[in-house]
Design a protein around this ligand. Structure first.
Ligand SMILES: [Zn+2]
Ligand SMILES: [Zn+2]
Length: 222
């Protein structure tokens, strides 16, 4: 896996890798950290740092150096000048440690898996994810991050800032629709059946919507 990453990096630069930014704790995003030398600085949100401490993948002393060397709470800038990368935390969604990575000079944001693609998201409650809070966090990103044109979703092709903002609208409409159905005493099945996404979201994959409804109903009972 490390070689695949190195090969990819070599297509854009000959310079050595100095930093790894982990957007969140999942194995498909942090799973190769330990293959890089301890001198490579691993950066993540503090909650992701705590979540990673619990992973078996880093328990072995020979792999501990894959854990974050540097964590932050709300915002952190890595590197300077044209290379500046701004890391933002706006609250829980996919997990409780989701970082939005803004390559300032390129006007590009990596959204991690909060925006995996045009689809219903995975909400990892075991790592602090939330359905109720999901649209709030997306709204804070849309309002708080400036000067981004291009967004890299966690598991889909590169898209526009507007597509990311639209995704927030989709999640808002989904959560509001399900919440209203729950309030009206409807079953999760009914709630899901009655959710009708707006026309512009017709191409979205809703495979995980059923799971999202389950998470939402549980949270609303609390
Ligand atoms: Zn992922
Ligand atoms: Zn993930």
């Amino acid at each position: 896996m490390k070689q695949a990453i190195l090969d990819k990096v070599k297509t854009v630069t000959d310079k050595p890798i100095t930093h790894i930014i982990n957007t969140h704790t999942h194995g498909d995003h942090v799973g190769s950290n330990e293959f890089f030398p301890a001198s490579v600085e691993v950066v993540a949100h503090e909650n992701t740092g705590a979540n990673m401490q619990k992973m078996d993948a880093f328990k072995d002393p020979s792999k501990e150096h894959g854990l974050p060397d540097r964590t932050y709470k709300d915002k952190l800038t890595v590197l300077q000048g044209n290379d500046a990368i701004d890391l933002y935390y706006f609250g829980p969604a996919h997990t409780n440690g989701d970082t939005f990575v803004v390559f300032r000079n390129l006007r590009v944001m990596h959204a991690g898996d909060v925006f995996a693609g045009p689809q219903s998201p995975l909400i990892d409650v075991n790592n602090g994810g939330t359905a109720v809070g999901y649209p709030d966090t997306l709204g804070k990103v849309a309002g708080g991050v400036k000067n981004v044109d291009t967004v890299i979703p966690g598991h889909s092709k590169v898209t526009t800032w507007q597509a990311f903002v639209d995704y927030g609208e989709f999640m808002r409409s989904f959560v509001e629709s399900i919440r209203a159905a729950a309030k009206a005493g409807k079953s999760p099945e009914q709630a899901l059946a009655e959710f009708k996404p707006a026309d512009k979201f017709k191409a979205y994959t809703l495979t995980r919507a059923k799971d999202n409804v389950g998470v939402l109903y549980k949270e609303l009972q609390k």
